[in-house]
Design a protein around this ligand. Structure first.
Ligand code: AMP
Ligand code: ZN
Ligand code: FE
Ligand code: FE
Length: 303
């Protein structure tokens, strides 16, 4: 029994780095994950794969299995529809090109939000948002929220989103994004699997949630993030049931953003507890890059 516990492999398949809106660099994040005793992780930055190379290098050093990941926002009106891609070919050109386009949209939108804030009488400059970063492409609303907090315009990040940056906020600017069908297709074309992130942000329940899942499954959805820091006990159970009903892969992760989401702790995604490898689908863990290149060689020799 104790042996069994000792053999459990702790995992977190939803993590952000400073390549999007997290506060740890990819290498720092991997070291934190290793210190926390995690065996499997995924870097799932918003709309970018720029952190993967550094993350994989450090993961190999730390003997942590890293699944290449990404989180793409798809078209949705009520809440948020985010789709995670895992195990894709990060050099697949149509994916690289599309991500470039999305980042350009992100840059233009950041400029518009800053202009709206300025027109509301808030003294804020693009340079303040950028901090140490050299371009605007990988930045988003959390960076602007952090500046608003720092300047004392609002007290908390939540207040920044409620009053200015969220969908009901005074400086909200819509972002043109792909539909869920297009997003899933792109992930598949790149050889990856598509997983619905934190389904609770869809703000759907019961039959309307099930109907939405039917649509996503028809579009090719492979899995669902059952375990997330965003879910209540009841939601976690409901998503586990739905995964069984539609034979979807089961995934889980904290959605850690470092200091940009203070209420989220790395690895904690099951109602205050971590999750282990037997709680998610093995298919997802098998997408981890080998710990060293020779592992990959051995694998291809035996195929
Ligand atoms: P963007 O990518 O620019 O549209 O910003 C979306 C990001 O803002 C996501 O990572 C969300 O997790 C984050 N976000 C949304 N609401 C809040 C909030 N109240 N506090 C901090 N981050 C938030
Ligand atoms: Zn984020
Ligand atoms: Fe998300
Ligand atoms: Fe996320």
């Amino acid at each position: 029994m104790n042996d069994d516990i000792a053999n459990l492999k702790w995992i977190d398949l939803h993590l952000h780095t400073s390549c999007s809106d997290g506060t740890c660099t990819p290498a720092e994040l991997v070291r934190i994950a290793a210190d926390q005793g995690l065996t499997y992780i995924s870097i799932t930055d918003h709309d970018t794969i720029n952190g993967l190379r550094e993350g994989i290098r450090e993961a190999r050093q730390q003997r942590v299995y890293l699944v290449p990941g990404i989180e793409i926002s798809a078209k949705y009106t009520e809440g948020a529809l985010h789709i995670l891609g895992y195990g894709f070919d990060a050099e697949y050109l149509p994916l690289v090109d599309q991500l470039k386009r999305i980042q350009e949209v992100r840059r233009d939108r950041n400029v518009k939000i800053i202009e709206r804030l300025q027109s509301l009488g808030i003294q804020i400059a693009l340079e303040e948002m950028m901090g140490e970063k050299s371009d605007l492409k990988s930045l988003g609303r959390p960076h602007i929220a952090a500046v608003l907090v720092k300047k004392g315009v609002v007290r908390t990040m939540d207040e920044a989103f409620d009053r200015y940056l969220g969908k009901q906020g005074k400086a909200f600017v819509k972002k043109e994004v792909m539909t869920s069908a297009e997003t899933i297709r792109l992930i598949h074309d790149a050889g990856g699997v598509a997983v619905l992130a934190h389904p609770s942000t869809l703000r759907l329940e019961g039959p309307s949630f099930a109907a939405f899942i039917v649509r996503l499954v028809a579009e090719g959805l492979d899995g669902i993030e059952v375990y997330s820091s965003a879910h209540t006990v009841l939601q976690t159970q409901a998503y586990l049931d739905i995964a069984g009903q539609f034979q979807l892969l089961v995934s889980g992760g904290s959605d850690f953003h470092g200091a940009n989401k203070q209420d989220v702790t790395i690895a904690v995604c099951n109602n205050g507890r971590p999750i282990h490898s037997r709680m998610v689908s093995e298919t997802l863990l098998q997408l981890a890059v080998p710990l060293c290149d020779s592992d990959a060689d051995r694998k291809s020799d035996s195929e």
